[in-house]
Design a protein around this ligand. Structure first.
Ligand code: PLP
Length: 398
């Protein structure tokens, strides 16, 4: 058996590979440069062009571009009318922003447990956590696989809850043939560089509802409007006149970010198909390794995978997850863990959340690690990652 690099052997590859990264082409650079040479760095035509492109791509009636995915979630909670005393149900196996957005509005995040096989929020656990204070559900398409939207939509309909889909991972995914972005009451995207398309930073909220769209537009621009129909006060005094009619934020995307993400959106099918190809190769390579548990896929989701997670069956290995992770790093394959259950963080602990709340999420968390997945990976990169996983498994096999 080949000696592990962490024990002095040769690493699988000479250079580090990371779990995710962007793919910027010269066409993207040119798109940004064009805006930099133009009159508008912000509040210009590129943002609107990007919003219309997102509507065309997803089939949603309205898209509002914002500065990042966290701002998108905050705006969605504001538009849903969430406030002090309300509860918002979400998953603990997510980035903190999925729960923080409720806190920003003075509401309390309530954690529903995950399905231990798909790792997505379990609709039955959502149902069990509903109280008279529940106002919304933030359902996260974890790793890019759509949540069970039909079941969750039905629960929300029965209880009068707003469904906010946190689709930070899932642009490009279809649920029952319908593009993510056009299904929930509001859908939030992130365009951080590890995501499927990027603007450096960036986000968007999509909705089919005119009233929610009006609230989203206000929320991301200080609550200020130029729309005479929305104005309350003095009659229009001139074309300079605008009114602040609610409390909002400056969550605008710049025009050069919009140009970048718009150019990237034009290549999303290419990115998605390469991601799918890599996922197929991983599935084929790991299917017969009993020490590795693969994330279960549901047939309703045609998934553009953002993250590829392997779960270690620690009963079949002599190492801990930490040792496995460190051994992979020494082989020059830098993994990441997605995610520490949100309510384990000290901030949440101080708010009174305790360990043990969601046993499935906690159990799954103990064994997972994300291996590299991004479209710019070469076939050799993919084979190196597979080789590293197999080498580390072979060395720690019981
Ligand atoms: C599930 C999820 N929700 C929300 C966000 C927040 O997005 P952003 O980093 O663009 O603010 C992220 C980003 O990592 C995420 O993974």
């Amino acid at each position: 058996m080949e000696k592990l690099a962490i024990e002095g052997g040769n690493p699988v590859r000479p250079e580090k590979i990371y779990y995710g990264r962007q793919w910027i082409g010269e066409d993207d650079v040119e798109a940004v440069a064009e805006v930099l040479r133009s009159d508008f760095l912000t509040c210009g035509p590129k943002v609107a062009e990007f919003e219309r492109s997102l509507e065309a791509y997803t089939g949603a009636k309205h898209a509002v571009a914002v500065s990042n995915g966290t701002a998108a979630l905050h705006c969605a909670c504001m538009a849903a009318g969430i406030g002090p005393g309300d509860e918002v149900i979400t998953t603990p196996l997510t980035f903190a922003a999925s729960a923080n957005c409720a806190l920003y509005c003075g509401a309390r995040p309530v954690f529903a447990d995950i399905d231990p096989e798909t790792y997505n929020i379990d609709p039955e656990s959502i149902r069990a956590k509903i109280t008279e204070r529940t106002k919304a559900v933030v359902a996260v398409d974890f790793t890019g696989q759509a949540v069970r939207l039909d079941a969750i939509r039905e629960i929300c309909r029965e209880h009068g809850l707003t469904l906010i889909e946190d689709a930070a991972h899932s642009i490009g995914t279809k649920y029952k043939g319908q593009q993510v972005g056009s299904i929930a009451d509001m859908t939030c995207f992130s365009f951080h560089p590890v995501k499927t398309i990027t603007g450096g930073e960036g986000g968007a909220i999509l909705t089919n509802d005119d009233d929610l769209n009006t609230k989203l537009v206000l929320a991301h621009t200080h609550g200020i409007t130029h729309d005479e129909d929305l104005m309350e006060g003095a009659p229009h005094e001139g074309i300079w006149y605008y009114e602040q009619i609610s409390l909002g934020y400056n969550y605008r995307l710049t025009d050069f970010q919009a140009a970048l993400v718009c150019s990237q959106l034009g290549k999303i099918e290419q990115f998605a198909s390469r991601r799918k190809e890599i996922v197929r190769r991983y599935e084929e390579a790991f299917r017969d390794l009993p020490e590795i548990i693969l994330q279960k896929t549901i047939p309703e989701s045609d998934t553009c995978r953002h993250l590829y997670i392997i779960r270690l069956d620690l009963e079949k290995l002599t190492c801990t997850r930490r040792q496995f992770f460190d051994a992979m790093s020494a082989e020059n394959v830098q993994c990441q863990i997605h995610y520490v259950p949100v309510y384990w963080f000290p901030y949440y602990e101080h708010l009174g959340y305790e360990k043990g709340l969601c046993p499935n999420a906690e159990e799954v968390y103990k064994g997972i690690l994300s291996i590299p997945l991004y479209p710019k990976m070469t076939d050799q990169d993919v084979e190196d990652v597979i080789c590293a996983v197999k080498k580390v498994v072979a060395n720690y096999r019981k």
